[in-house]
Design a protein around this ligand. Structure first.
Ligand code: CO
Ligand code: CO
Length: 511
C-alpha cells in the first residue's frame, strides 16, 4: 500500500492509479494482502456454467484459425518424434528408447455441467480419452485448473479437483503435480503421459477396405447442453449425458487393441464427422454410415429436429471439405447431430469385420452398453469419402451376412472364401493378412456386389467348393441377380471345371 501510493500505481494492477478502483468501491487492497472474501459456502450451490462465456461454441478454437496460427512455426525434425503436432492425431508419440513408446497429451476446457465434482470427473475422463484413443495405457497426469478465486468459494475448486482425482484413481493414474491460475472463467484439464509397446500405437489413419466402424458412446452431448442452456430440456436430460461424459474410454481403448483395430480417434469438439473425416482422408477410403444405427442420447433427435443446435455445428461443418461428404438423404437436424460438438465422447474405431461382433459383445458385458456398429469401409477413395444414408446401404448388410455364413460353415473347403484360409495358413500374421486381403477383394469396387458374387459363384463351381457355391449363389440372388443370370454365370464355371463341376452343380441345384 505504501509503495503503491509512492509510485502512484497499484502494484497489483499497474494500469490502475493508487488508490485503485477496488479499494474505492469495495474497500479491498490487494497490495495490503487483502482479498475479497468469498464465503467458503456449499460447493453444491455453485452453478459453474454461469461463468462460461461462450458455451454454444464450446471452448475450442476453430481448425482454420488453428492452422493459421500454427502455419508459420519452425519445423521440428526430431527423429524421436513418431507422431507430432502436424499429424492432427489425438496425442503425440515419442520413441525415447527402450521397449515402448511414450504418448503425451493435454486437454483443458470450461465447465459443461454445473456440479463442480462432476466437472472434475468429466475433465479427467476427457483428458485420458486421447491416450486410450491412441491405444495407450495412461501412466501419470498433471492437473491444470483455472478458477475465479474472488468470485467463487474455494470449496468449488476443491470439488473440481476431487472429481478429477477420483476419476484418475478409477483409471489407475496418479496425479503427480499440477498448475493453477486465477481465471475469471473456470477451467479444468489434465496433461497425461501414457505408454504402449513399441510401434503399437493406433493412428487416425490406416483404415482398410472391409473395416467395420464402431462408435462406443452416444452422440449429442453438445446439443443437450445447449438445449439446457436455452431452457428446451430439463435437468434430467443432462444427467444421462453427464454420466456418459464422465465414463472412461478405458475398456474401449484396451479391447480395440485386442481385436486388431486399424485406426481410431475419440469424438470430441470437432464432431463425429469432423473427427472421422481425418481418418478417411488419411486412409483414402470411402465409408458408408447408417444414421439410424448411430446411438443418440434421449432428447437429441427431438432437439435437432427443432433445430436446437449450437453454433459449433456450422463451424464444424465448414472445417470438413464439402466434396468429402454425401449427406443428401439427411435432414438439417440429422446433419446437425453429426456435426455437433461432443465432450468426452466415445471412440470411433475401424476394425476387421470379423472382429467387431466379439468387440461389441465385450464392451456391452463391461458396461459400455451403447456401443454400436455404425458403418463400413466400402472401398478406396483418394482424399476420402463419407456417405451417410438413413439405413445401411445394401452393401453392408450383405457383407455382414457373408461374414456370418462364412463363420458358420466350418466344413473343409478348397476355395478362397476366408474360412479355408485360416486352417491352411499356420502363421497367425499371414492368416490375418490373408483375411484382410479377402475382405478387400470381396468389398464392392468397380464391380458391384451382384457381379462379384456371380463371379465368385462361377469360380466356386469350377473349384468344386459346395458351401461356397451355395453362399455365393444366395448372395448374388440377394443382390438382385435373376435366375437366368445365375444360370448363365454357372455355365461359365461348368465350362471351365468340366464334368466334375457340372455334377457338383447339378447336385446342389437338386438339393
Ligand atoms: Co482426441
Ligand atoms: Co484432445
Amino acid at each position: 500500500m505504501r509503495r503503491s501510493m509512492a509510485l502512484g500505481h497499484c502494484i497489483c494492477d499497474p494500469r490502475q492509479a493508487c488508490p485503485c478502483d477496488e479499494l474505492k468501491t469495495v474497500g479491498v487492497c490487494h497490495c495490503a494482502g487483502e482479498t475479497r472474501s468469498v464465503p467458503d459456502a456449499d460447493a453444491a450451490a455453485v452453478k459453474l456454467t454461469e461463468y462460461v462465456r461462450n458455451p454454444g461454441c464450446a471452448s475450442k478454437i476453430s481448425k482454420g484459425i488453428l492452422q493459421q496460427a500454427l502455419g508459420g512455426l519452425p519445423e521440428m525434425n526430431d527423429p524421436r518424434v513418431l507422431v507430432g503436432a502436424t499429424c492432427g492425431d489425438d496425442a503425440g508419440v515419442m520413441d525415447l528408447g527402450g521397449t515402448g513408446n511414450t504418448i503425451l497429451t493435454v486437454d483443458v476446457f470450461s465447465p459443461v455441467v454445473d456440479d463442480p465434482y462432476l466437472f472434475g470427473q468429466i475433465a479427467a475422463a476427457n483428458s485420458l480419452s486421447d491416450i486410450y484413443a491412441m491405444g495407450g495405457t495412461p501412466q501419470a497426469a498433471l492437473s491444470i485448473i483455472g478458477f475465479p478465486v474472488d468470485r467463487l468459494p474455494v470449496a468449488a475448486m476443491r470439488e473440481i479437483l476431487r472429481g478429477g482425482a477420483d476419476k484418475m484413481k478409477e483409471a489407475g493414474v496418479p496425479i503427480i503435480g499440477g498448475h493453477s491460475i486465477n481465471d475469471p472463467e473456470p477451467k479444468c484439464g489434465f496433461a497425461v503421459l501414457g505408454t504402449c509397446p513399441r510401434g503399437a500405437f493406433v493412428r487416425n489413419a490406416g483404415a482398410r477396405v472391409g473395416d467395420v466402424v464402431v462408435l462406443t458412446k452416444p452422440l449429442g452431448s453438445g446439443i443437450v447442453a445447449f438445449g439446457r442452456q436455452i431452457g428446451r430440456v430439463g435437468e434430467e436430460a443432462v444427467g444421462e449425458v453427464a454420466a456418459s461424459m464422465a465414463a472412461l474410454n478405458k475398456v474401449a481403448g484396451e479391447r480395440m487393441i485386442e481385436h486388431g483395430v486399424h485406426a481410431a480417434t475419440d469424438v470430441t469438439g470437432f464432431s463425429l464427422l469432423g473427427h472421422m473425416a481425418e481418418i478417411v482422408k488419411n486412409s483414402d477410403v470411402a465409408v458408408d454410415l447408417a444414421f439410424d444405427d448411430i446411438p443418440l442420447f434421449t432428447h437429441v433427435a427431438e432437439l435437432a429436429a427443432g433445430e436446437v443446435l449450437p453454433g459449433a455445428v456450422e463451424r464444424n461443418r465448414e472445417s470438413v471439405a464439402e466434396d468429402l461428404l454425401d449427406l443428401t438423404e439427411l435432414t438439417v437436424g440429422q446433419q446437425g447431430i453429426l456435426f455437433g460438438p461432443e465432450t468426452s465422447g466415445g471412440i470411433v474405431a475401424f476394425m476387421p469385420a470379423d472382429q467387431s461382433e466379439a468387440f461389441l459383445r465385450e464392451l456391452h458385458e463391461r458396461g459400455v452398453k451403447q456401443a454400436r456398429t455404425i458403418g463400413v469401409v466400402t472401398g478406396r477413395a483418394p482424399g476420402g469419402q463419407i456417405r451417410v444414408t438413413k439405413v445401411m446401404a445394401q452393401s453392408k448388410e450383405f457383407a455382414m451376412e457373408e461374414t456370418k455364413a462364412t463363420t458358420a460353415d466350418t466344413g473343409s473347403c478348397c476355395c478362397s472364401n476366408g474360412h479355408a484360409a485360416e486352417s491352411a495358413l499356420p502363421a497367425a500374421a499371414s492368416a490375418e493378412a490373408f483375411k484382410t486381403y479377402m475382405a478387400t477383394v470381396n468389398a464392392p469396387g468397380v464391380l458391384g456386389v451382384k457381379q462379384k458374387k456371380m463371379i465368385l459363384m462361377a469360380l466356386s463351381i469350377a473349384g468344386r467348393c459346395e458351401p461356397c457355391v451355395k453362399i455365393n449363389a444366395k448372395a448374388a440372388r440377394d443382390a438382385g441377380a435373376t435366375e437366368a443370370e445365375i444360370a448363365e454365370a454357372a455355365d461359365l464355371g461348368i465350362a471351365f471345371g468340366g464334368a466334375p463341376a457340372a455334377m457338383l452343380y447339378n447336385t446342389i441345384r437338386k438339393g
